[in-house]
Structures are given as C-alpha cells and as structure tokens.
Design a protein around this ligand. Structure first.
Ligand code: DX5
Ligand code: ZN
Length: 217
C-alpha cells in the first residue's frame, strides 16, 4: 500500500476553512482529516455536520472524519450526508461498536475504528471483517501539537499483524511529523495524520513532501 498523508484541519485557520482545505488539496495531500470533538468524550469542541457540508465543495479529496464523540451512533447519518467518505468511531465511546460499524457501511461509507493509547487491540478482534480502516492514536485525543507517544509503535506493529491480508488501512494520528514518520511507516502504518506539522508552516506542499521523503528514500 502506498503511504497517504492526511492533514488534520484541527490546526488550520478556522476563519479560512474552505481556502485552507483547497490549499492542502493543491499541496498534494491524500485525505483530509476532520477531527470532530464533543467536549465530553474529549475536552475540546470542534466541527458539526454543517461545517463539513460547507467545506465539502472546496475539494474532491476523501474526507476522513474522526469522530471523538460519545455517543456517535445518533450522528452517523448526519456526518455521512454532510460529505464524510470515511467515518471513524472510537471503540471506547461506543457500547455497540459492531452496530455502529454496520450503520456506517449501510450508509455507503467506509468504516473505521480508533483506539486511544491505553486501549488494548483485542477490542477490535471480532469486528475486523467490518473494517476499512483502523486509527491508532499516538497522543491522547483532544488537541493538536502534542508529542508522539513512542509506545504506539509496538501497537502499530501488533495491529499490522492482526490485519494480516485484509484490505484494511492502518492510520496513525498524533505527533506525526518529518521526525516521527519513518518509524511510524516502518511499523506498518499507511495513512499518516499530520495536523500542526503541516499547518504550522507556510509552505504546505514543502511540508508534505518533507514528510514523504523521510520514508520514501
Ligand atoms: C487529536 C486529533 C489529531 C490532531 C493531530 O485529538 O485526533 O488529528 O489534530 O494533531 P498533530 O498532528 O498536531 O499531533
Ligand atoms: Zn484525528
């Protein structure tokens, strides 16, 4: 699998969200990572479905929607209608993970599940065949700009092994930059979320290229 870069718009200029999305598209990103936070599952608040609907016309790239909300199930249809392509729910937030994944699939979207740093990987063992993507958190969710938790590397390796030959993408989120990307890719990830690393610089294309270079060479 080729490695994809998914800039997180959590670190974008919210007053310019449409143009920011277009700018990372033009800069060569693969997915657009959208962090949805509810102030309950995580201590921060971000985007509701109307915001996603407003930025949808600014790009044709995949909207990778990371739901850090509890419960997620009542909102899945709204996020699907707003323009999400991949919808990822947290295993810790969902009492009925299997049902939520089935709802996402029934809505015609790709289904992902995310695990917080402390969450053991066996919680997804029995839903693997429903999954299009697994998102390993390498920070505690809620904020951009935190440091990468090194223990995540062992977890990525273990999940990669668990996935086996299944066509499931393995995404890593938190503290990914040109300094950490190589280890993350070598551990088995194929989708890298990068929020502050991309948006803190002025030249988004140069940053995306710099991240890709560390594992491509
Ligand atoms: C954290 C979010 C991340 C965040 C990553 O809760 O899920 O997507 O934006 O930001 P960086 O890349 O700055 O760690
Ligand atoms: Zn995220």
């Amino acid at each position: 699998m080729t490695v994809k870069i998914a800039p997180s718009i959590l670190s974008a200029d919210f007053a310019q969200l449409g143009p920011e999305v277009k700018a990372i598209d033009d800069a060569g990103c693969d997915y657009i990572h959208i962090d949805v936070m509810d102030g309950h599952f995580v201590p921060n608040l971000t985007f509701g479905p109307p915001v996603i609907q407003c930025i949808r016309p600014w790009t044709k790239k995949v909207f990778d929607v990371h739901l850090m909300i509890d419960p997620a199930q009542p909102y899945l249809e709204e996020y699907a209608k707003a323009g999400a392509d991949i919808i990822t729910v947290h295993a810790e937030a969902d009492k009925h993970l299997d049902r939520s994944l089935q709802v996402i699939k029934d809505l015609g979207k790709k289904a992902g599940v995310s695990l917080n740093p402390h969450t053991p990987i066996n919680v997804i063992e029995h839903v693997l065949d429903r999954l299009d993507l697994i998102l390993i958190m390498s920070v505690n969710p809620g904020f951009g700009g935190q440091g990468f938790i090194p223990e995540a590397l062992n977890k990525i390796r273990a999940v990669k092994e668990m996935i086996g030959a299944r066509p499931i993408e393995l995404e890593v989120d938190g503290g990914v930059n040109a300094g950490t990307a190589k280890a993350v890719v070598e551990a088995g990830a194929n989708v890298l979320v990068a929020g502050s690393a991309v948006f803190k610089g002025d030249d988004y294309a140069a940053t995306i290229k710099a991240i890709k270079e560390v594992y491509e060479k």
